[in-house]
Design a binder for this molecule. Structure first.
Ligand SMILES: NC(=O)C1=CN([C@@H]2O[C@H](COP(=O)(O)OP(=O)(O)OC[C@H]3O[C@@H](n4cnc5c(N)ncnc54)[C@H](OP(=O)(O)O)[C@@H]3O)[C@@H](O)[C@H]2O)[C@H](O)CC1
Ligand SMILES: [K+]
Length: 520
């Protein structure tokens, strides 16, 4: 599913209208989507309350977001509900389709108030007595910090109300900036968001994402071709993509048919990281996983995970030595890919080794953690003879690019895309929300995951999953995006069982089987 900026969305609206499709029909479809989802919510939450007893309050602004709300209020009135509208502005000054929808709502006797005519206590009592608030104050047309009555309304609801009624946001919670998910000073917190035609970036990027609750996309008459044409190949990765992309498994396969993975990882004191990566690869479909690790710790890691084949490498002070390169080169001919980094440690030997690997190997490489920290010359990435997947967190990305962590997090999509395009690599920019970018400009925003996954070893697990998927003959970009999604889902399931506080990286691996089952 495409993810658009407000400008792209406006272009889709404009092209559809210019092609002869009446604007009021687009708005009616948007409103119908809002009304339909409102009814679903009401039926679920207030099973035993009659329609006429339910209190629905629409907060309506003067733009088209307000127009969607006005039309939805009229539709719900026609379905037997008793909605009330609170206008942020003088309703009589609405223009175009919004003015028409005001006329129609008045014709159908929808009750309305102007915010300015209500005393603070009256307004708050209306809010607190509502079973459902429908937020149609501001949509993608927001400019600058909140101001005027809309600011007062949002401020009063956020600061003064005693209890929080259920809230459904129209298109995007008011105050969230559609372009980047930042907050215009304040925003209304929604339990549900009904968004029109496609995701907007602000719904999936933080902090905006925290305000959206459950997001439902409704189609409003804009053709998929129009959306695709005006989008920039940024998509949301969800369960349906996971089901579609999961690698096939043949019934007459043997352990070599499902990919041979080599993981170059571990050092003295860092035996957990390689175990997490290799175990996650085994739990993600790999038939054969080899652990290439410092000879000092190989016996120890092999004892801890029976299914992994341990390959001891020449080491120095507990770390893999640069002199192990001939062994790695030789071994690379036997496997489908090499994943390097987890727990390797930092030293000039590791940097030298990574340089040799990037100069001389040809098989697909997945670089994480210390393998990323070891890259001293970015030119080597572009020159690498095989395919590359890098999985940095913002700290590693900052070290790699010199861009500050803050700037990376404020521009996650652009930073990931630019790096992938410039260096010809597939990139997973970890953190919330994880972005996966391909060298040709395609990118996914991941939709799974939870804050409990910000825990030691979580990245090592991801490396294992990516490796297994790539070794099962997926493209690098799709293997990376699917791995991020599965990792996130396994984390969510683990957190549901243990809590975000108690979640540890091995819980993610333990819940991978349930995620795989959900794809069948
Ligand atoms: N055909 C379509 O375009 C469709 C759009 N849909 C819905 O429309 C909105 C986008 O509508 P738009 O009118 O472009 O913008 P908004 O309704 O979001 O808001 C514009 C008004 O809000 C005022 N505004 C802007 N910024 C602020 C702020 N920071 N604080 C307070 N008020 C603000 C602005 O007022 P001015 O004073 O600047 O004039 C505008 O009047 C989209 O989100 C959809 O919900 C439908 O989906 C159908 C098709
Ligand atoms: K809104």
């Amino acid at each position: 599913m495409e993810v658009l900026t407000p400008q792209m969305m406006a272009k889709c609206d404009r092209e559809t209208i210019d092609s002869g499709y009446p604007e009021i029909l687009l708005m009616e479809a948007a409103a119908y989507g809002v009304a339909r989802i409102a009814v679903e919510i009401l039926k679920k939450e207030f099973e035993f309350k009659a329609k006429a007893e339910l209190k629905l309050t629409f907060l309506v602004g003067k733009g088209n977001n307000g127009g969607d709300g006005l039309a939805a209020a009229r539709i719900l009135k026609n379905w037997g509900y008793q909605p009330e509208i609170i206008f942020s502005t003088e309703a009589e000054k609405l223009k175009g389709v919004n003015s028409k929808n005001y006329e129609l709502a008045s014709l159908n006797q929808v009750k309305y108030y102007h915010f300015s005519d209500l005393k603070e206590a009256q307004f708050l009592s209306k809010i607190e007595n509502s079973d459902l608030i429908i937020d149609a104050l501001l949509g993608t047309g927001i400019k600058g910090e909140l101001r005027g009555n809309i600011k007062n309304i949002i401020n009063l609801i956020n600061q003064k109300r005693q209890s929080k009624p259920l809230t459904l946001a129209v298109d995007i919670p008011s105050g969230v900036i559609g372009e980047n998910g930042r907050i215009a000073g304040e925003a209304l917190n929604a339990d549900y968001t009904v968004t029109m035609a496609a995701y907007k970036r602000g719904l999936l990027l933080y902090p905006g994402r925290d305000y959206c609750g459950q997001i439902k996309v409704v189609s409003i008459g804009i053709q998929p071709e129009t959306i695709e044409k005006n989008s920039d190949s940024l998509k949301a990765f969800k369960q349906q993509e996971a089901v579609r992309l999961k690698p096939d498994r043949i019934n007459n396969g043997h352990k070599g048919s499902f990919g041979k993975v080599a993981v170059l990882a571990g050092s003295r004191g860092m035996t957990g990281a390689p175990l997490l990566s290799t175990k996650a690869a085994l739990r993600s479909g790999s038939g054969l996983v080899y652990l290439l690790t410092a000879e000092e710790i190989e016996a120890q890691t092999s004892v801890q995970l029976e299914e992994v084949v341990g390959i001891p490498l020449v080491s120095k002070k507990g770390m893999v030595s640069a002199n192990s390169f001939p062994q790695i080169l030789q071994f690379s001919k036997k496997v489908d890919l090499l994943a390097a980094g987890p727990g390797l440690g930092r030293s000039s030997e590791i940097s030298d080794l990574m340089e040799k690997i990037l100069k001389e190997l040809e098989l697909p490489l997945i670089l994480d953690a210390d393998a990323i920290n070891a890259i001293k010359n970015l030119e080597l990435l572009k020159k690498y003879k095989g395919e590359l997947i890098l999985t940095p967190h913002p700290g590693e990305m900052s070290a790699l690019t010199g861009i500050s962590i803050e700037e990376i997090n404020n521009n996650r999509i652009e930073v990931a895309r630019d790096f992938a395009e410039e260096h010809g690599v597939n990139l997973i920019l970890k953190g919330a929300a994880t972005i996966t970018a391909a060298p040709d400009g395609r990118a996914y925003i991941n939709t799974s995951g939870c804050n409990g996954m910000a825990t030691a070893g979580s990245g090592d697990v991801l490396t294992g999953i990516v490796s297994a998927l790539k070794a099962q003959k997926m493209s690098c970009f799709e293997a990376a995006a699917l791995a991020v999604y599965l990792h996130g889902r396994a984390g969510e399931i683990a957190a549901a069982k243990t809590s975000n506080y108690a979640l540890i990286a091995s819980d993610i691996i333990d819940n991978l089987p349930q995620v795989w089952q959900s794809l069948e």
